[in-house]
Design a protein around this ligand. Structure first.
Ligand SMILES: Cc1cc2nc3c(=O)[nH]c(=O)nc-3n(C[C@H](O)[C@H](O)[C@H](O)COP(=O)(O)OP(=O)(O)OC[C@H]3O[C@@H](n4cnc5c(N)ncnc54)[C@H](O)[C@@H]3O)c2cc1C
Length: 610
């Protein structure tokens, strides 16, 4: 049988091609398909996208149970992100969240209800009433299966809109003509054949990349393929040093226990049974933002207050939900109860849950404007914020931040950086980001393709992808990618984890460069053309290594502590020197760093206390 890439080439032509079938990709496809021929290309079946794992809810100031306002939501988002959030983008997020939730409801999403039949809401970390007074009920949820319900709802709507789905195709390359999108190249996993998609617009919605860490809540497929494609095309990524650790992963496994457990009243306790968050966040307690709660847990472990108590890495704390009662847990947190029974052999109604922080969410990613248009550069730019992209005609000339765009290239969802999460995302704000900015990108695409000319992908656009595959099958003997992957995950956990120090980060960069050299020698050990998962893992590993390198390099450069980036050698936030987004390029395996300004037009940065 032919090795992957050497057989037939399939050529397709669409106006818009969406890469990824999670919440962001599906919402964008839904909007784009109302105006143009749209295809979705996904390495997984849409219903297996990681959005399906989202548990606790989607934030929107509906005010169904107590007074709430989008303005408060926007402020919490900005403060939660340690003021690295672009404030106009956060205001759009919070205001449009309300419409987005009702839109999902109208499209059939079965939200949990209050006794009066309204959408029920629960508390979540960092979401407050009246600019920080007390926790507010803002998270709209469907038990602890909110993401799954969003996927179901959007997928069926896309089918209705006749979106063409290409499932289990792995995108290998982005086709550009100068600064204009021409399409993409993908590998069909079932056959090993290459597909060329010609398109006027391509949107990347490939999700997160938590797989670069040893302990993570992220699925095996979360390998950052979209951001890695962008890097390889000479474009920058933004704010890559900010990676969120969620405080409550199941001890030793990283599987997530939703913040919704604390939203329903669950309490974190140390070895002595103390509610230790009283000492770290006296107002919001267990519902402080994730960066703070994760650090509080690490402090408890360092003090010997972890359970086991020997200050070792496998110390942990307890998440106590026993006082919530079986009925509430089974009604509002049924999947969490199942996880506890399956993975821990305990019932959370009877026993506390052993938890540790787990690598969870990428705040950084592909820089975009507020319509999802990808920004091409921004080197040294400070400020330069000029409102919206100015409708469908925004081309290679100027983007929302006064920066050049890549015409026809879009990004949305976790792989993008709008930036609404800044240095630390609040819980429930990723699902809002997907539906608000996925929709805006889809709408912009619908307008853009009507007036844009097709770019030429050149002759044999699949050539570079085919050569890359041929090399992996050239019969030479190389190291196994699995070992490199394990080393990368360990070193990222150890040196680019919750707490960071300059020398360790420099070491991480050197180690990752060395792993990159070893990776260049890796060859496939399975020569089959069909469902070659060995090949798939090698391709994904290459993407993870690139992203790990730019993450470590960006972290090493930022000599302050802000949000999820906590440096032991620079423990304070430094607004004078560092109130700026970082941009990172990867050129010949070397990183280059630049910066651009933050939009702080609404609320001036203040110390962050809860
Ligand atoms: C356990 C867990 C619980 C969470 N709970 C919440 C919550 O309650 N509230 C909240 O706001 N956020 C939550 N989050 C975060 C949120 O779920 C994610 O950030 C979000 O779902 C990501 O959506 P996405 O559309 O960007 O990507 P995904 O849903 O991850 O989809 C990515 C898509 O890209 C495709 N893809 C990737 N690479 C390629 C490639 N090379 N070629 C083709 N296709 C490709 C995949 O097949 C997939 O379809 C949670 C996250 C986790 C891990």
């Amino acid at each position: 049988m032919a090795v992957p890439g050497s057989g037939q080439i399939h050529v397709h032509e669409y106006e818009a091609v969406i890469v990824g079938a999670g919440g962001a990709g599906l919402y964008a496809a839904l909007e784009a398909s109302s105006a143009c021929r749209t295809a979705v290309v996904s390495k997984l079946h849409p219903m297996r996208s990681h959005t399906g794992a989202a548990q606790g809810g989607i934030g929107a100031a509906l005010g169904n149970l107590e007074e709430d306002r989008p303005e408060w939501h926007a402020f919490d988002t900005i403060k939660g992100g340690d003021y690295l959030v672009d404030q106009e983008a956060a205001v759009i997020l919070a205001e449009d969240a309300v419409r987005a939730v009702y839109d999902l409801e109208n499209r059939g999403l079965p939200f949990s209800r209050t006794p009066e039949g309204r959408i029920d809401q629960r508390r979540f970390g960092g979401h407050t009433r009246n600019l920080g007074e007390a926790a507010v009920r803002r998270s709209c949820y469907a038990a602890d299966r909110t993401g799954h319900m969003i996927l179901q709802t959007l997928y069926q709507q896309c089918i209705k809109n006749q979106v063409a789905f290409f499932d289990e195709l792995f995108v290998l390359d982005l086709l550009l003509e100068g600064r204009k999108v021409a399409g993409l190249v993908a590998l069909e996993l079932a056959t090993g054949e290459l597909h060329v998609f010609r398109a006027k617009a391509v949107l990347l919605a490939t999700g997160g990349f938590g797989q670069m860490f040893r302990t993570t809540s992220n699925a095996y497929a979360n390998t950052g393929d979209g951001p890695a494609l962008v890097l390889r095309r000479g474009l920058p990524l933004e704010d890559m040093e900010f990676f969120q650790f969620h405080p409550t992963g199941i001890r030793g496994m990283g599987i997530l226990i939703t913040e919704g457990v604390r939203g329903e009243g669950g309490i974190l306790r140390n070895r002595q049974g103390q509610r230790f968050m009283e000492r770290y966040a006296p107002t919001l307690l267990d519902l402080a933002p994730r960066d703070m709660v994760s650090r509080a847990i690490m402090e408890e472990l360092k003090e010997g207050n972890g359970i086991r108590g020997d200050r070792k890495i496998n110390d942990y704390v307890h998440l106590d939900a026993t006082h919530l009662g079986k009925e509430l847990i089974e009604a509002k947190l049924p999947d969490i109860a199942d996880f506890c029974r399956t993975y821990l052999g305990i019932d959370p109604a009877d026993s506390p849950i052993p938890v540790q922080p787990t690598a969870h969410y990428a705040m950084g990613g592909i820089p975009t404007d507020n319509d999802g248009c990808v920004l091409a550069s921004g080197d040294g730019a400070a400020g330069g914020l000029s409102g919206s992209a100015g409708g469908a005609a925004a081309g290679a000339g100027g983007g929302a931040r006064g920066l050049p765009l890549v015409e026809g290239l879009y990004a949305a969802g976790e792989c993008a950086c709008v930036s609404v999460h800044g240095a630390n995302r609040l819980g429930t704000n990723s699902l809002v980001d997907l539906v608000v900015y996925g929709r805006r990108a889809g709408q912009h695409i619908a307008g853009f393709v009507k007036q844009a000319d097709s770019a030429s992908p050149g002759s044999e656009p699949e050539g570079p992808s085919r050569e890359r595959l041929e090399r992996l099958f050239d019969g030479k003997k190389g190291p196994h990618g699995g070992h490199i992957r394990e080393e990368m995950r360990d070193l990222m956990m150890e040196k680019i984890g919750i707490y960071r120090k300059g020398p360790a980060m420099q070491e991480a960069v050197r180690d990752l460069e060395a792993l990159g050299e070893r990776y260049a020698e890796v060859r496939t050990q399975d020569s089959s053309g069909r469902f070659n998962t060995d090949l798939l893992e090698i391709l994904e590993l290459g993407n993870l290594l690139d992203l790990a390198l730019v993450t470590a390099a960006s972290a090493g450069h930022r000599t302050e502590s802000r949000g999820a980036h906590a440096r032991e050698d620079f423990p304070e936030r430094d607004d004078e020197g560092w109130l700026k987004h970082s941009l990172v390029w990867l050129e010949d395996a070397q990183t280059r760093i630049g910066y651009r300004g933050v939009d702080v037009s609404r609320w001036k940065p203040k110390p962050r206390t809860y």
